[in-house]
Design a protein around this ligand. Structure first.
Ligand code: ADP
Ligand code: MG
Length: 232
């Protein structure tokens, strides 16, 4: 896989503004941010053999520079348990994308490890014209979308600041465990925040970054979707 700098120059050369999910996830990996295991399939047979390698269940997602919100065009199918599921999903996604966006350029199909459901968090970064990159943290779903329960800090983050961000959101008690849900790995979240801070500081061409959602487990975490948008 290419390094972050190589990926950013390639995206610029191609005149693109946003990175494809596998590009964004390769960069995350390079910076120590945990992501779901993935391969890029060019056809149905390859998708099946990659799914066999990764292990079921898997997720299939369209890879296209013309599709930023993949599920809006029927470009994501989760929970594929067999090779036959993968073949059907492959055909279904191709058809969905053709119906929604007939002229979309298809780069391939992302075959991905399915992350088990867990507590979801969101880590984001946005570049402020005056203050430079800033980090955002919140719990996934309604907490961010409805309750706007998020917290911000200017980068670079210190470890203390990362810990403060996590404790600051109103939903923080959920991360400490409730009913049948075990406590979340706070150290893993701190490391994701610190590594994201390092990434946006070292690559000032990033205008927006969105790790949404990240599943947090008792041990470790996994980024399910990653979006990176570059400055023009
Ligand atoms: P979009 O471009 O539409 O945001 P996503 O990659 O976020 O597409 O996929 C849509 C949703 O499907 C995610 O928000 C998540 O709920 C689920 N999903 C996607 N990939 C995975 C995965 N690897 N494991 C588990 N769930 C996933
Ligand atoms: Mg998403």
């Amino acid at each position: 896989m290419d390094t972050a700098s190589e990926i950013f120059s390639k995206v610029r050369e191609e005149g693109r503004k946003f990175l494809l999910e596998p590009e964004a996830k390769s960069i995350c990996k390079e910076y120590g941010i945990p992501v779901t295991d993935f391969r890029i399939a060019k056809n149905e047979a390859e998708a099946v053999s990659f799914a066999d390698e990764i292990g079921y269940p898997v997720v299939l997602k369209i890879i296209s520079p013309d599709v930023i919100h993949k599920s809006d065009v029927g470009g994501v199918i989760v929970g594929l348990k067999t090779a036959e599921d993968v073949r059907n999903a492959y055909k279904q996604i191709m058809e969905n994308v053709k119906n929604h966006k007939p002229n979309a350029k298809i780069v391939g199909m992302l075959v991905q490890e399915m992350a088990p459901s867990s507590t979801e968090i969101i880590v984001g970064a946005i570049k402020d014209p005056q203050f430079g990159p800033a980090l955002m943290f919140g719990l996934g779903g309604i907490f961010v979308e409805v309750l706007k329960d998020v917290t911000f800090r200017i980068a670079p983050l210190t470890r203390d600041e990362a810990e403060e961000m996590i404790k600051e959101v109103r939903a923080y008690p959920l991360l400490k465990g409730y009913r049948n849900t075990p406590p979340a790995d706070i150290e893993a979240i701190v490391n994701i925040l610190l590594n994201t801070s390092r990434l946006v500081m070292e690559h000032q061409e990033i205008k927006e970054l969105d790790l949404n959602p990240i599943m947090v487990y008792e041990k470790g975490a996994k980024t399910v979707d990653a979006r990176i948008i570059l400055e023009l």
